[in-house]
Design a protein around this ligand. Structure first.
Ligand code: ACO
Length: 340
């Protein structure tokens, strides 16, 4: 589905970015000590050198509060009308994590809810908040992607334990005009539930009930059929990006920066090739943070802004893919704003 707000109309504008990473660095060498893997395998197959894992006792909401506070500070704002939190690793199955995050950020009685779209979560959350703004239901929004995958990784599964990291990224949106820099120019969003089993945490929901069958402890861990997911990731992000660019009238050659979901450097290179965008235009920060799922896009974007790679006036394409399967893309001209 592609939806583009009509030109000259109300739009959601990015006003500030904030990120937070837990302090604890977990290197490939550290993982090689307890798993049958090597630094060489992880680096050559994924591009990841290290990732951050939260200490025991730190929950997703804690990371979200830190990133959210930094985004609000960057935007010089102390109030928003809505908080949308994208996560696969909520603090509890019930209630959502967003209301507690909003309360801890001093945002009073702002509307607050979670979005569950795995690694596409931040793009889905941006689309949701943007739609609330365009519809006039909100003047401002805080959109957060936050994850603690370290809490759902099977420590025995070398194929997933080496890939994921913890972290949070956030963006503040306000109502403005579609012609302004920073306006989210449109969205392409989609899903394919026929392949829901490729990425799943089997237990902990209503499908596999603790009171009916004694669950296998391994079923509470994250599982992914990586090789099959790889192909879907490139095709779905590629097709979604193309659909979006067609709708907003940007030739692929005009894209200055491709901020794709940071799952694997080979996926990002294949995506750039698929789109006929030079590989050097693909933003990469997964070498330092791994795959942070819903936090991946804002962490990569903020990193590129901090390093001066993404500058005011640049054309930026964001595209993500994740479990569900889900995918989504959006684009904007980068504004003069702060990143904390
Ligand atoms: N160390 C050493 N060997 C390993 C490791 C490891 N950490 N992990 C797997 N292997 C082995 C496998 O057992 C397999 O061995 P075999 O051939 O003897 O059976 C071999 O390496 C190849 O395994 P593949 O899974 O085919 O490896 P691949 O090159 O595909 O890399 C990876 C795996 C990194 C997971 C890759 O498939 C990938 O990045 N997939 C996409 C991930 C993605 O895009 N996810 C989307 C979003 S994530 C989300 O939504 C939560």
């Amino acid at each position: 589905m592609s939806v583009v707000p009509r030109a000259g109309r109300r739009a959601a504008i990015i006003q500030g970015l904030g990120t937070f990473l837990p302090e604890r660095v977990v290197t490939n060498a550290a993982l090689s000590e307890r798993l049958d893997t090597t630094d060489e395998w992880i680096r050559s197959r994924t591009g990841i050198r290290e990732r951050r894992w939260a200490e025991s006792g730190t929950a997703t909401g804690d990371l979200a509060v830190e990133a959210g506070a930094r985004a609000l500070k960057a935007a010089s704002m102390s109030h928003v009308d809505v908080v949308v939190l994208a996560t696969t690793t909520p603090d509890h199955p019930c209630p959502g994590t967003a209301p507690a995050v909003a309360a801890r950020l001093g945002l009073g009685h702002a509307m607050a809810f979670d979005v569950s779209a795995v690694c596409t979560g931040f793009i889905y959350a941006l689309a949701t908040a943007s739609s609330l703004i365009v519809a006039g239901l909100a003047e401002s929004a805080l959109v957060i992607g936050a994850e603690t995958y370290s809490t759902i990784l099977n420590p025995e599964d070398r194929s997933s334990a080496v890939i994921f990291g913890d972290g949070a990224g956030a963006a503040v949106l306000t109502a403005g005009d579609l012609a302004e820099p920073g306006a989210l120019l449109g969205f392409d969003l989609g899903s394919d539930g026929e392949h829901a089993d490729l990425i799943t945490v089997p237990a902990g929901g209503s499908r596999q009930r603790a009171q009916d069958v004694e669950p296998d402890p391994a079923d509470f861990y994250f599982t992914m059929r990586g090789r099959e997911v790889f192909t879907h990731a490139v095709t779905r992000m590629g097709q979604s990006s193309k659909a979006l660019l067609d709708r907003i009238g940007w030739p692929t050659a005009s894209v200055d920066h491709l901020v794709g979901h940071q799952a694997n450097v080979r996926i990002l290179q294949s995506l750039a090739d698929f789109l006929d965008i030079e590989r050097r235009r693909a933003v990469v920060n997964l070498d330092r943070v791994g795959n942070t799922s819903a936090a991946s896009i804002p962490l990569a974007l903020a990193d590129a802004v901090r390093l001066g790679t993404v500058q005011a006036g640049d054309r930026v394409l964001l595209s993500a893919f994740g479990g569900g399967l889900t995918w989504g893309s959006t684009a904007l001209i980068w504004p003069e704003i702060e990143s904390c």
